[in-house]
Design a protein around this ligand. Structure first.
Ligand SMILES: C[S@@+](CC[C@H](N)C(=O)[O-])C[C@H]1O[C@@H](n2cnc3c(N)ncnc32)[C@H](O)[C@@H]1O
Length: 268
C-alpha cells in the first residue's frame, strides 16, 4: 500500500530540511506524493496536466498549500503576486486553496495574456538566431508561447473549479514595462512567484524590481531555478534563471527550501 504522507507546517518541514542532494530528492518525492493526498489538489493538477494548461511539477501543488497555510496562519488576508500566469494554473490553485480553507487571499497577476510566438519558418528562425541576441536568449530559455485567447482559457479553469475570477487583479503586460511597475510600486506582498521572462536579463530585472516589494519574512519563489543546487531526481530548470538567482541572497534573503526546480527565499 502507498505510504501516507502527512502535511507539516512550513516551519516544521524546515526544521529537518537540508539543501543537499539527498534532502532535495527526498523533498521532491515528499511533495509529489503529498499532492495526491488532497483530493482537490489532485483533481486540479490532473485537470491541468490532462488539458496541458500549465508547466511545472505535481510537487508544486502541495508546496503551495504548505506555503499558503503558513501565510494564512499569520495574516487575515495575505497578498500574493504571480509574474507570468500563462493559462492560470497557479492563480487558480491559490484561489482554490483559499476557498477550501474559507479564507481570503488577495491575488495580483502580471502577465501579457497573449503569446509571443516563434516564427514557424526554420530559415527565419535561424537568421534571427544569428542576428539577434535577444531572439537567441528567448530561444535558449524557452521564452516563446503560442497564440491564443489566454484570458478565456483562464476563465474556463476558474469556472471548472467554481472560483471567482473577479477576485483576481490582473495587470496586463510585461513585468519589465515602466507602466506595469508603476502600478505596483507602492504595494507590498507576502509572497511573490516569479515565472515570467526566463532570460538572464529578464529574471535579473524581476528579482531587483520585485524583491523590494516583499514584506520582511515574506517569500520569493523562483521557478525553473535549480540548476546550481544539488539533486538527482528532477528537471532543474534553466541555467539563465538559475544564474540570475545567485544575487538573491545578497539582496537580503535566505534560501529556505527547494522543491524540485522551485526555490523559496525568505526576506530577512
Ligand atoms: C512558464 S509560463 C508561466 C507558467 C505558469 N506560471 C504556470 O505555472 O502554469 C511564462 C508566462 O510568462 C509570460 N511572460 C513572459 N515574460 C513576462 C514578463 N516579463 N512579465 C510577465 N509575464 C511574462 C509568458 O507570456 C507566459 O505566459
Amino acid at each position: 500500500m502507498e505510504e501516507i504522507h502527512k502535511i507539516k507546517s512550513l516551519n516544521d518541514y524546515l526544521d529537518t530540511y537540508q539543501n543537499t542532494s539527498l534532502g532535495n530528492d527526498f523533498t521532491y518525492d515528499y511533495f509529489t506524493k503529498l499532492t495526491d493526498q488532497f483530493p482537490y489538489l489532485k483533481a486540479h493538477r490532473d485537470f491541468i496536466e490532462f488539458n496541458k494548461l500549465g508547466f511545472g511539477e505535481r510537487a508544486f501543488h502541495s508546496m503551495w498549500k504548505m506555503l499558503l497555510d503558513h501565510l494564512l496562519n499569520q495574516f487575515a488576508k495575505p497578498q500574493i503576486l504571480e509574474i507570468g500566469v500563462y493559462k492560470g494554473q497557479i492563480i487558480s490553485l491559490w484561489a482554490l486553496i483559499a476557498k477550501e480553507r474559507n479564507a481570503v487571499i488577495e491575488i495580483t497577476a502580471i502577465t501579457p495574456l497573449e503569446g509571443n510566438y516563434k516564427p514557424k519558418n526554420r530559415i527565419i528562425t535561424s537568421i534571427l538566431s544569428k542576428i539577434s541576441k535577444k531572439f537567441r536568449s528567448n530561444l535558449d530559455s524557452g521564452n516563446f508561447y503560442e497564440k491564443g485567447d489566454y484570458l478565456s482559457t483562464i476563465k474556463s479553469v476558474f469556472e471548472k473549479f467554481d472560483l471567482d475570477i473577479e477576485t483576481i487583479r490582473f495587470i496586463k503586460g510585461y513585468s519589465s514595462d515602466t507602466n506595469i511597475l508603476e502600478q505596483v510600486e507602492n504595494k507590498k506582498f507576502h509572497a511573490i512567484y516569479v515565472d515570467g521572462d526566463h532570460t538572464f536579463e529578464g529574471v535579473t530585472k524581476d528579482i531587483i524590481h520585485f524583491s523590494r516589494l516583499i514584506h520582511k519574512d515574506g517569500l520569493l519563489i523562483m521557478d525553473d531555478s535549480a540548476c546550481n543546487i544539488p539533486s538527482t531526481k528532477f528537471w532543474k530548470g534553466h541555467q539563465s534563471v538559475s544564474d540570475a538567482c545567485e544575487i538573491i541572497e545578497n539582496l537580503g534573503f535566505e534560501n529556505i527550501l527547494n522543491v524540485g526546480h522551485n526555490r523559496m527565499f525568505r526576506k530577512l
